[in-house]
Design a protein around this ligand. Sequence first.
Ligand code: BGC
Length: 505
Amino acid sequence: MNNESIPSKPTKYKPIVYIVGLTAALAGLLFGLDIGVISGALPFIGQEFGIGTVQREDIVSALLWGATFGALISGYFTKKYGRKYTLLISAVVFALGSLGCSIAPSAGILIGTRFFLGIAVGIASFTAPLYLSEIAPKAIRGSMISMYQLLITIGIVLAFSSDTYFATYADLFENVGGHWRMMLGILAVPSIIMFIAIYFLPESPRWLLLKDRKSEANEVLSKIRNTEEEIQSEINEIEETLKVKHDGFKLFAGSRNYRKVIFLGIGLQIIQQLTGINVVMYYAPKIFEIAGFASTPEQMWGTVLVGCVNVFATFIAIAFVDKLGRKPIMYAGFVVMGISMCMVGIMFKVGLDNHPAVSAAATVQPHHVITFAAIAFLLLFIVGFAMSAGPIIWVLCSEIYPLSGRDFGITASTATNWIVNGIVAMTFLTLLEHFGHGNTFLLYGLLEIIFIIVFLLYVPETKGVSLERIEENLMSGRRLKDIGQQGGVRKAVAQSGSKPEFGEV
Ligand code: BGC
């Protein structure tokens, strides 16, 4: 039934495929801008409102809780109104939220507006990878979803840079209410651009078929696929999977195979956040400070450097995810992350903690070697994340769920991403204080190693396999690790001893 073969020669896709992909990935840019903007704005917000640590933490985390809520409600919107209109709604919330934050008259209202803005971030983080996975040809699906991650990283670095600009050079803006209002308010501009760009996108053909709008699905596919044969085979595959009509809740209650994959998605997002990436994203200036860089410009430029490395290393994933596959890149990335986090921990233990600031000394001192080595390992950690967990966890989470339970599955995993993100952000400073700098980084380093074992045991390779084949494998009882295989289902079921569950619930 499925045409699974991957062309041996690289196929040429219509340019529109890439334009559509890039436009949808713009949602990632806003996600990144809003994640990155707060680190530079927070000191100015704190000054203006005269608030302490707890309220500062609330201002940071309000966005994450809003995003959790956004991710939880997106399944409803994407199913009812479609992928495209949900992205449009998120662009409106992005714009209103950014403006709301920039004019907040008190810390309490800022917490509220950050929560509101977070809803847009959550909706975007749910809908963009879903849409991309449904619109992309299977042979370049991994690269297209990685493009979304690339735009997240570009968003983060743009926000770091614009913060640095408004903090360092833009005295001009002081008389319009302080720098931080400009930092937050300017993000309404990319939101409006995103709205206009997304307005011109086609709706997802999978969603159109889900809603029995076959002729429209046909029309969309004829714009983005090359031949009539490809269009027909894709429509057949989708229709085949749609014969099993169930919703996520029912599937979850009734299907053991579906529950397995839900837990896999949740586990993958827990792993992504427990790599400790956002410890570096939110607290990079603080890490530069404890490593010995005392001045604010040094810390802010150091943070921009972290952001740039994050962008460039994402290209490694884009280049290799559909060639080498998801798992080899994951192994390589987690080994790099594990080693570098442990080395940062060791640098703290061998004395980074006790050294005077780098900028305090006129000449390079021997202990500066340790400082620079620690920063180099921190950057290497970013490389490890950006080439693996950053993009590939989002790729896997948009691929592993069966169509009729895809919204529910992506809701569960995306909400988990934001919840664990919030927990990591809220515990890092406490861990540093009670557990010590060195031990905290060593702990994250050891976790990376444990995660490699999880990949070995449970994570499938999904390179070049159609979403429909993955679904067929999963629901026929294959082991999680094997749901990306191309081979026949009957043989695999006989091997695993599980019962097929088609039509079972
Ligand atoms: C993660 C974010 C993280 C970002 C960094 C994303 O994949 O979900 O939590 O801040 O990567 O690039």
